[in-house]
Ligand binder design. Sequence first.
Ligand SMILES: [Zn+2]
Ligand SMILES: [Zn+2]
Length: 49
Amino acid sequence: MEKCISCEKKTVDSVKFPCPKCGFDLMRCNKCRTLSIDYACPKCKFVGP
Ligand SMILES: [Zn+2]
Ligand SMILES: [Zn+2]
């Protein structure tokens, strides 16, 4: 199971999307996505909503 990068909780209800800057695969749960919680790419440190 993968971890949401915003809330760091393990989630089944998640969406995978590429980092807009470096293309690294990021995982975010639907809750954080809906609430537009900030995330930071672990690879390039890009921060986005
Ligand atoms: Zn989350
Ligand atoms: Zn990145």
